[in-house]
Design a protein around this ligand. Structure first.
Ligand code: AMP
Ligand code: FE
Ligand code: FE
Ligand code: ZN
Length: 283
């Protein structure tokens, strides 16, 4: 029997994906996936719609992707199967979302003041759920300033430290690892070597994260080249971390397709066994 097809990192309209969560689970099943994780930025807001629409044959791993920082470098931590009611991690997510709202409003105000036609009202409308820069990018596309989301992620627009970029609150990554563990979840460092998104952290930081309770590394990701993948696999083996692969699907906001990268069955089983917060939802 061939192994199950497992995609552990996807976004819906609850954050900066363009596919509603109920549609996402149906598309995942249609794409031949057996296991899907929903990991919207800083929110569990898409979970219930995904649960209710869960099609036959698809297992759902409930998760989130947490905005973190270490030494001024932004990084993302995937959190899986944590108890969503656990108060400390829950209030951390609320704070992260509040900060996202404030900074997006500020970016929209700066853009409006410069006569771009972008408004906060419109950005908020585009976002629906957790607001992110891709929604501001969408507003820039609507106003004809850029033609793709990526073109907005440049110094002239909302690229990091760019003209209209505004900082947001991020959790110290070691605190985040501990918060996820305390909520019964398993954490996986998302795209640790995605250099085109900005600076990445040194191996020593990953060692410290492992000591704090990190569960794994996302190795197979479109933003990693072969050398990065090889190096991360060695590091994961050294630190006894599990290894995942995933699409980081964002709907039409990015070109990657569901299931473009997948996680090995044994690694997935290890992740599920380590979680105490929630069970995987089987249809
Ligand atoms: P934010 O979390 O609001 O700062 O926005 C970052 C999000 O924008 C990431 O999670 C990606 O989904 C998306 N993103 C980052 N860089 C790019 C890029 N170069 N092109 C398109 N989307 C990007
Ligand atoms: Fe995103
Ligand atoms: Fe990410
Ligand atoms: Zn992501």
């Amino acid at each position: 029997m061939p192994g199950r097809r497992i995609d552990l990192h996807t976004h819906s309209t609850a954050s900066d994906g363009t596919t509603p969560p109920d549609v996402l689970v149906r598309e995942a099943a249609a794409a031949g996936l057996d296991v899907l994780a929903l990991t919207d930025h800083d929110t569990t807001g898409g979970w219930s719609a995904a649960e209710q629409a869960l099609p036959d044959g698809l297992a759902l791993v409930r998760g989130a992707e947490i905005s973190c920082v270490h030494d001024g470098i932004s990084l993302h931590l995937l959190a899986y199967l944590f108890d969503p009611e656990e108060p400390r991690f829950r209030s951390a997510r609320v704070e992260l979302r509040d900060s996202r709202t404030k900074r997006a409003e500020r970016m929209a105000q700066l853009l409006e003041a410069d006569g771009t036609g972008v408004t906060w009202a419109r950005v908020r409308e585009i976002a629906g759920g957790t607001v992110g820069r891709p929604h501001v990018a969408q507003a820039l596309i609507e106003q004809g300033h850029v033609t793709t989301v990526s073109q907005a992620f440049t110094p002239e627009w909302i690229g990091t430290y760019g003209r209209y970029w505004v900082d947001k609150t991020e959790l110290d990554v070691l605190d985040a690892v501990r918060l996820v563990a305390a909520a019964g979840g398993v954490s996986v460092f998302a795209h640790p070597r995605a250099t085109r998104r900005g600076r990445t952290v040194a191996d020593e930081v990953i060692v410290a994260m492992a000591e704090a309770g990190l569960g794994g590394l996302e190795v197979d990701h479109v933003d990693h080249d072969d050398a990065a993948r090889d190096q991360l696999r060695v590091l994961a083996a050294d630190l006894d971390l599990l290894v995942t692969g995933s699409s980081d699907f964002h709907g039409t906001a990015k070109t990657v397709q569901l299931g473009a990268r997948t996680t090995d069955e044994q690694e997935y089983e290890r992740l599920v066994a380590a979680a105490t917060g929630l069970a995987v939802l089987q249809p």
